[in-house]
Design a protein around this ligand. Sequence first.
Ligand code: HEC
Ligand code: HEC
Length: 416
Amino acid sequence: MQKIVGEMTFKKISILIVIALFAVVSACETIMPDEPAPEEVLAEPIEDLTPAQLNLHLQGDGEFARIFSQAEGLGPIFVQASCESCHIGDGKGHLFTALTRFGQYEQDGVTWNSLLNQGGPQLQHRSIANYPAEAIPNGVRQATFIAPNVTGLGFLEAVTDQTILDLMNEQALAGIVSGTVNYVDAPDFFTPKAHHIPNGQGQYIGRFGRKAAAIDLVHQTTNAYKQDMGITSDFDLQDPINYAVSGLSGDNVADPEIPAGTVNAVAFYIQTLKAPPRRNTNDPQVIAGENIFKQIGCENCHKQTLTAGPSIISEINNKDFHPYTDMLLHDMGPELDDGYTEGSVATSEWRTMPLWGLGLQKDSQGGTQFLLHDGRATNYNQAIQLHGGEADFARANYRQLSQAQKDQLFKFLDSL
Ligand code: HEC
Ligand code: HEC
């Protein structure tokens, strides 16, 4: 063998390599499954974007996938180096990429302190070379969060504050469940839209994040760049640092590390991701499951249909959509009370998780499902069994179902 190779010219070897590669590639083509149908894919732009909008969407898509290096400003402390590493394929995250947040109540037992001067509210457990990663201060409260999917959020962003407040009032009147909103301090860069309604203290309704602490997608994206990746922007010029050590320079990259345009492009990208598509809607089992879902009271919180307010994106503008959330926070009982919170929300309160995309999310979670804010449930039954507090009645109804009815309910959830 060696002798033959020795006699071959470089050119001949190259040709052989090319032929071998070609054989491998064609073999792959025959083994690889066809491209998935559009209704099986989460990460697609909504359909009727103008060419300029599609361009901005694609720019944001690139930035969402961009992996930051230390030279580009990553850190000095961070959790992951790209948005996509947690929101894989725009889908739900995994336990491996979960975030840890911490804080504590003040002496009064009512005012929540996010411990900004001790590195709160988020732990950055990784760091660049020669810089110590952060540790959680002693004696504080903490919770774990897995990444939600980011599709369809443009619709949720366009729901008017009035719609959310109306829903809250309807629930208070009906007396079955009693959702609330989280009023949060607006960051300096926040520009209210016509539909935003501040409260008496000039705070705005939060709608993104599991405690609803971010007002809009630019707010959420700015926080993600800083807290998750240690990337400063025109909107927030301060890198996260390790407060336990002093006298260390940061990442030695001039701030802002990215311009406002990049943050806006990424927010626009998320805004213009299509709503997760439904599947198997004609399957009798799915239809039966949907009826059960409504009968046992799940829809009180996981509201099937919401209506968007005005939007520059024509597919969103004043349109009905089906997220299966009321965007309100509910007391879920001791089962889901981690002792941690954000803003004025009680520690047992969580924003109703939108259920759209449930059936497609397993793909981004490595085949297993991780449900609830920290992924503690690995199937629908476990997730529902952990619904206490305001959802106690729905859980009690669920427990009365036969296994066949539960299976129908699960088929319905998988179709979302
Ligand atoms: C380390 C993992 C991680 C990284 C990196 C990350 N995220 Fe997230 N993301 C999360 C988690 C966890 C949540 C839920 C946070 C919460 O509930 O407050 C979240 C929430 C969100 C939400 C709100 C979703 C909703 O339904 O309310 C958006 C939008 C978002 N991220 C966008 C981004 C963008 C844009 C980037 C990059 C700039 C990014 N994320 C980077 C983990 C991550
Ligand atoms: C009182 C309001 C309320 C009711 C009623 C309710 N849920 Fe939920 N549901 C929530 C909240 C809030 C969460 C998020 C909890 C968390 O993040 O830990 C949630 C989470 C879920 C999840 C996990 C979603 C995910 O992506 O992690 C599923 C599945 C679910 N609910 C199904 C149901 C079903 C089925 C019913 C009816 C038996 C139901 N829920 C009734 C409020 C409610």
